[in-house]
Write a protein that binds this ligand. Structure first.
Ligand code: GLC
Ligand code: GLC
Length: 812
């Protein structure tokens, strides 16, 4: 790997060059305060909501890409450089970026001076801490100046990028000691402010961008830094910034560490002011005092590392394949936490001002983190369920700050309700916490109209059968999982969004075979849960409906060699060999086979063989084939993308795991493994330049075989791909599945792969599960011993809280 490599020992990805094919980023923060940070120090911070509480500015889709960040400049005898290469872009003698779990360190060297900046957000703190380590590696003493730089965002990121007639007049700051305070709009309705501090006396500062840069320069050439002389400017309107200047002298070989803190603070309404127009800064000063010394800051950094070690210890695989180990034990779980925290809000592809939390997205993200953060998962489930309506339908999105459903987008995506069944049943199986089912949860956030969570699931289940179309298959509504299959939209107006436009017609014809498959798959989980809580009548009713739906799929959803995708609003087939384009789709093959439809009569096998023949290529499995070459008004957004991109025949990494799970259902481990390794980031070392996005995380989409540039990835980080791939490898391929009675052991392993052990926490007990394969292909469980005793069947019963258990599984 020329651009970087995995340092497994330290759980870091090490980047060797600032000139990566695309900014390679990391996420800092785990609670309420977050930052995005690229390998050249680009990115921004926000408190809770990337739209309404953004602290620092970032210029999306600008040139050079990745503009705006947490920058440093050094002026060493007239040579101006940045440790992260950007923004100064002076050639460095050496450069390295280490993205770790919840922190990043970027180090540059120039003229015998080394500067390394470690960025992180301490656990529970609403502030980013930056430890700057400066070392003089020469045998002479050195005197130089260090300049920090952030540009304030005027809080509402959308307004900040648009409302210039007002915003050029509102900016306000204060400077006291070594702290720069940002207080735009604090005089009126805001009772929050931001601050940026350093634990050393200043040689100077700037808070006015035009003074710092000069209006005709970019961030690469700040006038003040080049002149090496501060104006100590105070911003009045225009664009407020925060830049500290420190004069530093280092003896030969001397090293010095500084601590910068970039934080967010709220004051009570009646406690906002110290004196007229002067912020009450008590809160900020308390935060700054907690990181007054490098030792304090490093202890907080250790806290972040300990948090991750503790969490990742909950699930550890030990196999002969180091790439698998690093995916499963570190990077895939890490990405699962990031998607859980961020949903689809803020990445380098999601601007943070658009979508809130998606109903379907957040339910799916949950399945990747329940074993890591059961309590937060529980709360999230209740928040999501509260945006559901009494008839089971749901707001498609909700805002994280208010937890209210987003009326601007509304509902009517008919797959949404079913994802709640998935997250809740995964949660109850993992935790054994049935009490969540009895919690009274509002419908549409109305505290006066509530139902138990179990009643919400029933509403989800019924929502599907209350909305069936002419073939007895579920009506699709605006779309199902595939946001771009808009069968009722018929849009001719380029100013309309396919997602938010109300459907034309009554929507009583277009049906989704995918939702039918989902209903059978998740419906079985619902029935199992009903049995578990003793409601056998409801379980039986559910099973009857499921059988009826399976029959409808076999009768009207089968195309001869694969499952159809849908019927459009005219009742015509979508995803059939009779179509001129879009003859086969991935989603219905995945969900129908996962659900077990057609396992008994060869349909399932035929469907997966067709997937391999028509959809698979070296880079993964495409969403459909052949891609649409023109706009089809009856199909909507799917046909708007050029061939091979996004939903129009791109490799949507999110749904590739459905095919992997389906292959395990058929008992074809080799195929499941092949699909897993085709897209798992750690296996792509030879494709990094082509892929472009971060080599340590999944991207939402890789351009498909019909694309102009097959194999090029986009939309890294925030994608359901993370949770689904973790779920698939952990539960279906390595095959340790939480179930109501205990851990079901049912692996589906490729030949010649040695799985030594899986260490796992489960309901408060610890399990070390060792595997013995009696032949290189052996994958059927023939014997299980728990603490030396052979058990009957494949379920290891849940053991006493706090116990340490040894399980030996023999495969033959
Ligand atoms: C995006 C959306 C997700 C949708 C998928 C397919 O990833 O976030 O909700 O299911 O696209 O269209
Ligand atoms: C577009 C994208 C899809 C995404 C949707 C979200 O349709 O193609 O992936 O889910 O926007 O609004």
């Amino acid at each position: 790997m020329s651009l970087g490599y995995f340092d497994d020992q330290r759980r870091e990805y090490v980047i060797n060059t600032p000139k990566t094919p695309y900014p390679w980023i990391n996420y800092l923060g785990n609670d309420e305060f977050f930052s995005l940070l690229s390998n050249t120090a680009g990115g921004y911070s926000f408190y809770k909501d990337a739209k309404f509480r953004r602290l620092t500015r970032f210029r999306y889709n600008n040139v050079p890409v990745d503009t705006g960040g947490k920058y440093f400049y050094i002026n060493d005898g007239g040579c101006v450089w940045s440790p992260a290469w950007k923004p100064a872009r002076t050639d460095l003698d050496s450069y390295e970026c280490r993205h770790g779990l919840g922190y990043s360190t970027i180090e540059g060297q120039k003229q015998g001076l080394s500067a390394a900046v470690t960025y992180f957000i301490p656990m529970g703190e609403n502030a980013e801490v930056q430890i700057v380590r400066l070392k003089n590696t020469t045998d002479q003493s050195k005197t130089f100046k260090l300049y920090s730089f952030v540009e304030w965002c005027l809080w509402n990121a959308e307004d900040d990028g648009a409302n210039f007639q007002r915003n050029f007049s509102t900016g306000e700051v204060e400077v006291e000691d070594s702290v720069i305070y940002h207080k735009t709009e604090y005089r009126e309705r805001r009772n929050h402010y931001a601050f940026y501090s350093v634990n050393a006396p200043l040689a100077g500062f700037e808070t006015d961008r035009d003074t710092f840069l000069d209006n005709s320069n970019g961030f690469d050439h700040p006038d003040v830094v080049y002149a090496n002389e501060n104006q100590n400017s105070i911003a009045h309107g225009w664009s407020p910034i925060a830049s500290h200047c420190l004069e530093i002298e280092l003896a030969a070989g001397e090293e010095r560490e500084l601590v910068f803190v970039l934080g967010y603070q709220e004051n009570a309404e009646d406690d906002k002011w110290e004196s007229k127009a002067v912020i009450n800064k008590t809160g900020a000063k308390e935060v700054i005092a907690r990181y007054a010394t490098p030792e304090q800051a490093k202890a907080a950094l250790q806290g972040v590392t300990d948090y991750w070690s503790d969490r990742l210890d909950n699930y550890v695989v030990d196999s002969s394949d180091e790439r698998l180990n690093r995916m499963v034990n570190v990077w895939n779980q890490y990405q699962c936490m990031v998607t859980f925290n961020f949903s689809r809000s803020a990445s380098f592809f999601e601007s943070g001002i658009g979508r809130g939390m998606g109903f379907r997205d957040s339910n799916q993200d949950l399945i990747g983190v329940i074993h890591l953060e059961p309590e937060r998962a529980r709360q999230r489930i209740l928040d999501i369920a509260a945006t559901q309506f009494e008839d089971g339908s749901a707001y498609h999105q909700y805002q994280p700050l208010t937890k209210r459903g987003n009326a601007a987008i509304g509902g009517n995506f008919n797959d949404d309700p079913l994802w709640l069944i998935q997250s809740v049943t995964q949660y109850t199986k993992e935790t054994g916490d049935f009490s969540i089912l009895d919690v009274q949860v509002p419908f549409n956030n109305d505290e006066n109209n509530t139902g138990t969570l179990l009643a919400h699931l029933k509403a989800s289940f019924n929502h599907v059968i209350n909305k069936l179309g002419p073939h007895g298959l579920p009506l699709i509504g605006r779309a199902d999982w595939n946001d771009c299959l808009n069968l009722n939209c018929f849009s001719k107006d380029p100013n309309e969004s396919f997602q938010t436009t109300e459907n034309k017609g009554d929507g009583k014809v277009a049906e989704s075979v995918m939702i039918a498959g989902m209903f059978v798959y998740f419906g079985q989980d619902y029935a199992e849960l009903c049995k578990e809580v003793g409601d056998n009548a409801e379980a039986d009713r559910a099973l009857t409906e499921i059988t009826r739906m399976s029959d409808a799929i076999k009768q009207h959803g089968w195309d001869g060699e694969w499952f159809l995708r849908a019927y459009d609003a005219a009742g015509d087939k979508v995803g059939s060999k009779e179509c001129d384009e879009g003859q086969i789709f991935i989603e219905s093959q995945g969900f129908c086979v996962m659900a077990g439809v057609g396992l008994e009569d060869g349909k399932a096998e035929a469907a997966l063989n067709s997937v391999e023949e028509h959809l698979s290529c070296d880079y993964g499995v495409s969403l459909l084939y052949p891609a649409y070459t023109e706009y089809k008004i009856n199909l909507g957004e799917i046909s708007t993308y050029p061939q091979g991109y996004k939903e129009n025949g791109g490799i949507f990494c999110h749904n590739n795991p459905w095919i992997m799970i389906a292959e395990t259902k058929l008992g074809r481990p080799q195929k499941a493994w092949e699909y897993y390794t085709k897209i798992a980031p750690a296996y792509q070392d030879d494709k990094i330049e082509l892929h472009k996005t971060e080599p340590y995380v999944y991207a939402q989409m890789i351009a498909g075989k019909e694309a102009f540039k097959p194999g090029e990835a986009k939309n890294s980080w925030l994608t359901g791909t993370a949770a689904w791939n973790f779920h698939t490898i952990a539960e279906h391929i390595l095959g340790v599945k939480p179930s109501y009675k205990g851990l079901l052991i049912d692996p589906c392993l490729p030949a010649d792969f040695s799985l030594n052990a899986i260490k796992r926490q489960f309901r408060g007990a610890s399990y070390n599960i060792e595997f013995i394969r009696q032949s290189p292909e052996a994958t059927k469980v023939s014997k299980i011993e728990v603490n030396g005793q052979e058990i009957a069947g494949q379920v290891v019963p849940a053991q006493a809280q706090g116990s340490d258990n040894k399980v030996v599984v023999t495969l033959s």
